[in-house]
Design a protein around this ligand. Structure first.
Ligand SMILES: Nc1ncnc2c1ncn2[C@@H]1O[C@H](COP(=O)(O)OP(=O)(O)OP(=O)(O)O)[C@@H](O)[C@H]1O
Ligand SMILES: [Mg+2]
Length: 257
């Protein structure tokens, strides 16, 4: 299991959501850099696997992560064969020949990218068609699916807008879908989400016990007293990445003595 200090409130909320104890199925996790969003997504991933829910983790940062990449990544994780209607649509577009402007693209989602390489109006039309069949294929899955979309702040403007709506609007429509979106910024709820979202803001971790537990889990046995750990927490005001850096630094220095 991933070693992680605290975040109990968010983990509890997440488990309630999976068990259907709360209505919401869209979880938004907002925090500055280094507060542990990506680490928390890793914990969510482990929980999903243990509960028989398909996790689909996607990091939205990076130039390649356009809409085509997201479709393709979801297909790769869940199995391309399970998207018969979507695949049939792709083939129909590709075989219609004349509309394809650029067939030199490579990389994940390149076929879909080629289909979308058309003027804006036509692109919009094709995208609407593709997403419709894509989500229809998703309806036929036997198990629930949870999309974990990390680093929302790193998505291109077009991708960020697409996630906000229609992607999350489609998630809201299907009771077997969950979405977790994490970022330094998060999408703005729209009416189409049907109020199925919950927003968490990760705080600094000032609780001493949380860090004592972390130190024990990681196996840093070089601290002679808890006060030594308190000093480090206070020095960086409980910013998780900085507390961890100080703890690791102290452990390294002491082991060399
Ligand atoms: N709750 C925590 N327990 C233990 N370590 C943590 C915790 N939160 C953060 N960290 C440490 O901080 C580092 C940075 O965390 P992480 O990458 O999850 O931050 P982030 O919020 O995703 O930042 P960014 O916005 O830059 O992506 C991690 O490598 C980890 O060592
Ligand atoms: Mg991150």
């Amino acid at each position: 299991m991933t070693r992680f200090a605290n975040r109990k409130r968010e983990l509890d909320r997440f488990e309630q959501m999976l068990r259907g104890q709360v209505r919401e199925r869209i979880l938004l996790v907002e925090a500055p850099s280094g507060y542990g969003k990506t680490g928390l997504m890793g914990r969510f991933d482990e929980i999903l696997c243990s509960q028989g829910i398909h996790p689909v983790l996607i990091d939205l940062k990076g130039a390649q992560a356009g809409i085509a990449f997201v479709f393709s990544r979801i297909q790769r994780v869940l199995g391309k064969k399970r998207f018969p209607n979507f695949n049939a649509h792709i083939h129909r577009f590709l075989n219609s020949g004349v509309e394809i402007q650029n067939n030199r693209l490579t990389g994940e989602g390149s076929q879909i990218q080629v289909i979308l390489e058309v003027p804006p109006e036509e692109r919009k039309y094709r995208l609407t068609q593709l997403q419709q069949v894509f989500f229809e294929d998703l309806e036929r899955f036997d198990r629930p699916i949870a999309f974990i979309l990390d680093t929302y702040n790193g998505a291109t403007e077009e991708l960020a807008g697409w996630i906000e709506s229609p992607f999350l609007a489609e998630v809201a429509l299907n009771p077997n879908l969950f979405a977790i979106v994490a970022g330094q910024i998060i999408p703005q709820p729209t009416i189409e989400w049907q109020n199925l979202h919950h927003r968490c803001k990760l705080d600094r971790i000032m609780e001493r016990e949380a860090w004592y537990g972390y130190v024990k889990d990681v196996g840093f046995d070089c601290f002679r007293s808890q006060e030594e750990i308190d000093v480090l927490i206070d020095a960086v005001g409980g910013v998780p990445s900085q507390v961890v850096a100080l703890l690791e630094g102290a452990a390294r220095t002491r082991q060399q003595i």
